[in-house]
Design a binder for this molecule. Structure first.
Ligand code: ADP
Length: 699
């Protein structure tokens, strides 16, 4: 679903881009086309203009000629001089190929051919054209001015031919028509001679008929698909010609002028910018995606950690908190962000101290990296201890912008420490109680004999006194005291015997009280016994630099014992082992680190015999200490024997008593290369099945 949404978005983005590019290309194409068209229209306009100018040139040239020819017959009356003048005129006017002087009856009085060509009418003769000339002259006579004939083609001897046109000019002398001057023009030469040279350059000039038939041409005709053409009418009396001007520029180039080139260059630049923009956009998108991913990763990380995170700016305002922090103090993030001091999670009674600490921090004093302890308050008002670690917050350009704090709720840790301390106190109290009990037991044992002796001596003394009283009547002597004295002595003795007996009873009751613990028996898994003492053992191990190794055989069955007393035994043996290894550390020749690393205390629990159905479980505590010398071994279990300065010497004797009361056995062995292993056994708790069918158990 997410994927299809993303692909739809990408598709839309691409189609937008395609549309933009298409629009831009169309716009640029239009611009280039418009620029080209503008250029074409400029060329066309110029051509039209030039064509009009050319027509004006031709017309004015022809008028000039008319004026010149009008002057001719009037000034030169004689045929010879006419010839001379006419020949001179023909040399000056190359467009004229023949000049004729005719009388009123159209008879040729004289003619001159241009010196620049072979005689035009030589091949076909002039007579075939008389009708045209006559028509022109009739028109001229009627108009009293120059009139032109239709143009006609005159083949020449060289296989070519020229298109010529006659102009008839009536000669009027003293208001009377006396004849005609007939001027034959070569159309091609009219174009070459009468049109201004600057207009002819680069164009093809031609005379055509109305239907487009080309009559004469000057310059090269243009070829190509797109040729600029301008046409102008040359309206002459008696004839109308079409002047056609063709631009030799031909098809306009792709970039006909600077404007188009500029537009194109700009268009290209625009395309390049578009391309760069697209690339930049793509890169930005990529960076955006990467950033998004990094942000999501960071968010997931912040949300998953249990450590509270809090960022503050230099004014002490909170700028960021993670969900762990919010749930720790029970306040919503929006209630914390951008709030000024005091913070809602500061206990009111401590707010002053915290404010002071904040001021110290703001003054630029660095805080310890290992953190400091503090107390925060939840929304419900309960206080809890926290450990705060702070580090300066440095932004991307290396500027110090605030403080980042990691906050740990240490209330659980405190609770565990408290529980551990309480259990240690309890165990120590139990140990002391057990010791007192042991002492009481020992005292009772030791005092029983003297008390029994006192009792029997008192009984003996009483018997003796009784004998003396029985021999009454004898006079009182030193050997036989007075009877009343004997009675008193007898009473005293009886009292002594009674008191001794009473003391014996008291002691027995104390002894019984101490022994009554024997009755406490529970079924416990061996591992549970070990776990109960582990906090204390590991505490001491850490203090003394001892490594603990625990090996518990899972095949061990639960044992029947007084857990408190057995825990005491385990604790005692472990402590003795660890203390024995302390001496090793200081022993001469011991190598610091290696001897230190050799301080290993192994606590092992396994069935006493190799078979799994063993009725006994063996607990062993082995150390790598100094071992037990022969001298110590002799008194090891003797009460009050100790080699330690602060020792009581009751531990081992108490341990043995406890184990023996359980029916087990406590002993020790030396360990090679050094150390001692103390081990004891405890009975496996028998299940009802085991009791009913001894030897047929199914465990
Ligand atoms: P205490 O520990 O108060 O001295 P104990 O009865 O527990 O009393 O121990 C008696 C003595 O036995 C100790 O002082 C010590 O010399 C010796 N001893 C006990 N356990 C060990 C041991 N694991 N290695 C060497 N000596 C030991």
């Amino acid at each position: 679903m997410k994927f299809s949404l993303a692909s739809a978005q990408a598709g839309r983005r691409w189609s937008l881009w395609a549309l933009l590019v298409a629009l831009l290309v169309a716009l640029l194409g239009l611009l280039v086309w418009l620029a080209g068209r503008y250029e074409s229209s400029l060329v066309q306009n110029r051509l039209e203009h030039d064509a009009a100018d050319a027509v004006i040139d031709i017309r004015s040239g022809l008028i000039r000629n008319i004026q010149t020819f009008q002057a001719l017959p009037s000034s030169e009356r004689m045929p010879e001089s006419w010839h001379l003048s006419a020949a001179g005129l023909l040399r000056e006017r190359r467009e004229v190929v023949r000049l004729e002087w005719r009388n009123g009856a159209m008879e040729v009085l004289g003619f001159v051919d241009t010196p620049y060509r072979s005689a035009v009418f030589e091949r076909l003769g002039r007579s075939s054209l008389e009708a045209d000339v006559g028509l022109a002259c009739t028109t001229a006579a009627r108009l009293s001015g120059a009139a032109y004939s239709r143009s006609y083609f005159m083949p020449q001897f060289d296989g070519m031919g020229i298109e010529v046109l006659d102009m008839c000019l009536p000669i009027v002398v003293a208001g009377r028509l006396s004849g005609y001057t007939v001027v034959t023009y070569a159309l091609q030469d009219i174009l070459a001679e009468l049109v201004g040279k600057q207009l002819v350059r680069g164009v093809g000039l031609s005379f055509t008929e109305a239907d487009g038939t080309r009559l004469a041409l000057h310059g090269a005709p243009s070829r190509g698909r797109q040729v600029y053409v301008a046409q102008q009418l040359l309206d002459l009396p008696g004839n109308t010609l079409v002047l056609r001007m063709e631009s030799r520029l031909g098809t306009p180039a792709l970039f006909p002028n600077v404007l188009t080139a500029l537009v194109t260059a700009m268009a290209l630049a625009l395309l390049a910018v578009l391309f760069l923009l697209a690339r930049d956009m793509r890169r930005r998108l990529k960076v955006e995606e990467d950033l998004g991913e990094a942000l999501a990763f960071r968010k997931a990380m912040e949300n998953s950690v249990l450590t509270g995170l809090r960022a503050r700016d230099l004014q002490g305002r909170i700028t960021y908190v993670n969900p762990a922090f919010c749930s720790m103090v029970g306040v919503e993030a929006k209630e914390l962000l951008n709030q000024s001091l005091p913070s809602p999670y500061w206990p009111p009674e401590l707010a002053g101290d915290y404010q002071q600490r904040q001021e110290i921090r703001l003054a630029g004093n660095t805080l310890p990296r290992e953190g400091h302890e503090s107390v925060f308050m939840r929304r419900d008002g309960t206080r809890f201890p926290v450990l705060i670690m702070e580090a300066p917050l440095i932004n991307a350009v290396g500027k110090h912008t605030g403080w980042m704090s990691a906050i740990l709720d240490v209330s659980e840790r405190r609770r565990i420490e408290e529980v551990s301390r309480a259990s240690q106190d309890r165990l120590q109290a139990t140990a002391r109680l057990a010791m007192v009990g042991e002492m009481a037991s020992l005292l009772s044992h030791e005092l029983n004999q003297p008390l029994a002796a006192i009792s029997s001596y008192a009984t003996g003394s009483l018997n003796l006194l009784q004998d003396a009283l029985d021999s009454a009547g004898a006079p009182a002597t030193a050997a036989h005291p007075e009877p009343h004295l004997s009675e008193e002595l007898q009473l005293a003795m009886r009292r002594i015997a009674e008191q001794a007996e009473r003391a014996g009873k008291v002691i027995k009751s104390v002894h019984d009280f101490v022994r009554r613990r024997d009755q406490v028996r529970e079924t416990v898994a061996p591992r549970v016994l070990l776990d109960a003492v582990m906090p204390l053992v590991s505490l001491q191990a850490r203090k003394l630099g001892v490594r603990l190794v625990i090996e518990v055989d899972p095949a061990c069955a639960p044992v029947l014992c007084d857990p408190v007393m057995v825990e005491q035994v385990l604790l005692n043996l472990s402590r003795n082992g660890m203390q024995a290894m302390q001496g090793v550390d200081e022993a001469p020749g011991a190598q610091g680190a290696s001897s230190r690393s050799a301080k290993v205390l192994t606590l092992r629990i396994r069935p006493a015999a190799s078979n799994a159905r063993s009725r006994w479980v063996e607990f062993a505590v082995s150390d790598c200490g100094e071992g037990i010398s022969e001298q110590v071994a002799r008194q090891l279990f003797t009460p009050f024997f100790t080699t330690k300065e602060e020792g009581m010497g009751l531990g081992l004797s108490l341990c043995r008593t406890v184990i023996e009361q359980h029916g087990g056995f406590l002993g020790y062995e030396a360990v090679q290369p050094r150390g001692t292993i103390f081990s004891f056994t405890l009975p496996v708790a028998l299940r009802p099945n085991d009791l009913q069918e001894p030897g047929h158990g199914t465990d």
